[in-house]
Design a protein around this ligand. Structure first.
Ligand code: 3H9
Length: 693
């Protein structure tokens, strides 16, 4: 056996799993565990078996990379049936995460011992799946459907302490889960045939069913476009309505169908793309992160305050710097207010809020950055302002301190050039609201030291972000592609679509908001200012701003917001203005289907993504997708723009772009060379190998 070691403590056999890094249930591990079980059962000196694991995880679940391939026997449900039906008691010793198939292994055992560090959960829902090895059956039978269903619906793991309270764990021990499991196994062995969770029905009463159906109804109303909430309900309902064997078969059939669903494939793709993004090609592996004990954030606006909160949330002391007492007080008040919401919602205790607030030190003047190991500038988005700050920081910051800018599009090399230590400078682009959005674009201008990038990656994870290293160019990855979508949306208006049609097409695609509703929310004047500074125009957007229609804050933008309404209403005035602009440009307006709108919005973005790849600004197509999934609310089950493009077919996208370029006379819509080449070769972005950033 390669992945399981079988040892003995007295009369109890111990099967210890070691399949690094997380003991995923690969075909080899399943086969070895089945063999270990058979050996233990056949050995007349053995009265019970403990399943334990080496490493930080008990078992992280099925091996996700095996999904979609022909299943190699023994399949997990069969292995678990063998465990549950064993004539000798089997006890799980859970010392780390027991997730998905990992918890299902523990559920098939006759008892479970856990340490406080253990976390137990069925996160399949996040991969577009449902538990497929008896989880939807055994968990409701063990802890009741009203506790089990929400656990499977959220996919969030629970702590060992809670598992004990729910009866999911039988015993909690400070350490030595194996020793405690052996003792429990020995005790159970003296009590006759082990009791099988899969055959329990005491928590499947008519009352339980009624309570479960109420939760299910509520869940369906909120489930959106994912097919797996429905499947989960059907599977759990089977525990009430079907005989155990049929209910297991029903679960399995639903699971297998979901594995083949494109939405689950996209979510599984994103799982691995996110982990791949953490590995930066070409980054010197010997580069070790610099220690970060204290941070400083310059600018206490919404962004700066949000970034300071990220540090405080991670337990890192941070100085929040402004130019005046009034501004810093206002910034701190905003932070306190945001924490206040969490306290009110019950997601943060008052004590935790106080602890976090105590980690944020307000300060007036850049000298407050002198003792920081990392300084993040989140000041006004103007090169002159940034250069002045970095020039001063260069004189003040301690040697070895990392100097970062939160700029969302400016040239990091130009900023670094005003310092005597450009190797310590890089971009850390947070997304608004910074304390919520997961994405952190780490912008690496040529010349940034490898250990500075390594520190940024470490810090990103420490702050709970999804860090993606990108190259230095205008707008980096995310905003550079977003600019294409913004231009495409304006083009659509002039060609004949109306704001609500464009927004509906995008929400129909799966975004929470369309581009115009979004612009109205953020403030149309932001884009206007940027366009002016770049000498660019957008006929409709500019005309709205000239009329003072900045969006929600002025009560009108692309839509009307009477009496502070949060959802806009169509405005005939805006629609007339758009029609007039079309006419002035000599455009005969035509209607667009939702699919056409989506294509016209997305194709130019994908084209820009191809340029970004070709220029090496992103190392891999997956990095671009991770940027869009975590920073721009791209619908997770569509896997990101590059993954989506592959699913449409690059030849289709290239042809559509060509047609748009011809129609509009806009050469920037011509398919990028990489897109053209891949399309001609019948390949997708997924075939592009990682480039050293
Ligand atoms: C399931 O179980 C279905 C069953 O109901 C039915 C079956 C019939 N498979 O995240 P990390 C790799 S569905 C394969 O960086 P962390 C990961 O790719 C599954 N590989 O570490 C990475 O590889 P690399 C339900 C996996 O400490 C390495 O492990 N389970 C799997 O931050 C380290 O991962 C889940 O959804 C896997 N299941 O977090 C749990 N898990 O080094 C998914 C991890 O080459 N996993 N890898 O890049 C997680 O949530 C986290 O990885 C975990 C560790 C918390 C375990």
């Amino acid at each position: 056996m390669q992945t399981v070691t079988l040892t003995r403590q007295g009369q109890v056999a111990i099967a210890t799993l070691h399949n690094p890094p997380v003991n995923a249930l690969s075909a080899a591990l399943r086969a070895d565990l089945l063999q270990a079980l058979a050996l233990a059962l056949a050995d007349s000196d053995v009265v019970a078996l403990v399943i334990a694991a080496q490493g930080k995880a008990f078992i992280a679940g099925a091996d996700i990379s095996e999904f979609g391939k022909p299943p190699a026997p023994p399949i997990l449900p069969d292995l678990l049936a063998a465990i549950e039906n064993a004539a000798k008691p089997v006890v799980a010793a859970i010392q780390g995460v027991a997730l998905g198939g990992g918890l299902e292994v523990a559920l098939a055992c006759h008892a479970r011992v856990a340490t406080p560090a253990a976390k137990l959960g069925l996160p399949e829902i996040k991969l577009g799946l449902i538990p497929g090895a008896g989880g939807t059956q055994r968990l409701p039978r063990l802890i009741g459907a009203t506790k089990a269903f929400p656990m499977m619906l959220s996919g969030e793991p629970i702590a060992a302490q809670k598992a004990l309270a729910l009866g999911l764990a039988d015993k909690l021990v400070e350490s030595d889960a194996v020793g405690a499991a052996v003792a429990l196994a020995q005790e159970l062995a003296g009590k006759g045939a082990p009791s099988k969770t899969g055959e329990r029905a005491d928590k499947l009463t008519a009352g339980d069913r009624e309570a479960f159906e109420a939760l299910a109804k509520d869940a369906l109303a909120k489930s959106g476009d994912m097919p797996n909430a429905m499947a989960l309900i059907e599977a759990v309902r089977g525990a009430f309505t079907l005989a155990p064997a049929e209910a297991h078969a029903n679960e399995r059939a639903l699971f297998v169908k979901l594995v083949a669903d494109d939405r689950s494939k996209a979510l599984r793709y994103a799982f691995f793309a996110e982990r791949e993004a953490a590995k930066v090609p070409g980054l010197d592996e010997s580069a070790k992160p610099r220690p970060i004990a204290r941070a400083a954030v310059i600018g206490a606006g919404t962004m700066g305050g949000g970034i300071a909160m990220c540090f405080a949330n991670a337990g890192i002391p941070v100085t929040l710097i402004e130019t005046t007492q009034e501004l810093v007080d206002k910034g701190l008040e905003r932070v306190r207010g945001t924490y206040g919401f969490s306290v009110k919602r019950g997601s943060l205790s008052e004590a935790a809020r106080d602890e976090r607030m105590a980690l944020i030190t307000p300060h007036v003047g850049l000298d407050g950055a002198a003792d920081a190991d990392i300084v993040i500038e989140a000041a006004f988005e103007e090169m002159g302002v940034k250069q002045e700050i970095f020039g001063t920081l260069d004189k003040i910051a301690k040697p070895g301190a990392i100097l970062a800018s939160n700029t969302s599009y400016l040239d990091l090399a130009e900023i670094a050039a005003v310092t005597s230590r450009p190797a310590d400078v890089l971009g850390l682009h947070f997304f608004s609201p910074a304390n919520v959005m997961k994405l952190l674009e780490i912008v690496r201008p040529a010349g940034t030291a490898a250990d500075v990038v390594a520190t940024a990656l470490w810090l990103g994870r420490k702050l709970g972000k999804v860090p993606v290293v990108v190259g230095n160019c205008f707008g980096f990855v995310g905003n550079r592609m977003l600019a294409q979508r913004t231009r495409a949306a304006e083009r659509l208006l002039i060609a004949g679509a109306l704001p609500h049609e464009v927004d509906a097409a995008l929400t129909g695609f799966g975004f929470k908001m369309g581009p115009f509703a979004m612009s109205d929310l953020a403030g149309n004047d932001i884009g206007w200012r940027t366009r002016k500074s770049l000498g660019k125009t957008a006929a409709v957007a500019d005309a709205l701003c000239e009329a003072g229609r900045f969006g929600q804050k002025t009560g009108k933008g692309y839509y009307l917001y009477p009496e502070g309404a949060r959802t806009g209403e169509r405005d005939p005035e805006v629609e007339a203005l758009i029609a007039r602009i079309s006419q002035e440009k000599g455009v005969t307006r035509r209607s667009f289907t939702a699919d056409e709108i989506v294509a016209r919005l997305m194709d130019p973005m994908v084209n820009e993504g191809a340029r970004i790849l070709e220029e090496g600004i992103a190392a891999r197509p997956g990095d671009i997708d991770i940027v869009w999934l975590n920073g721009y609310n791209w619908p997770a089950w569509r896997g990101g723009p590059m993954h989506w493009a592959d699913s449409v077919g690059l030849d289709v996208i290239a042809r559509r772009l060509q047609a748009q370029a011809a129609e509009s006379g806009d050469a920037s819509l011509e398919p990028a060379p990489l897109l053209r080449r891949l399309a001609a070769e019948g390949r997708g972005f997924s075939s592009v190998k990682a480039a050293a950033a």
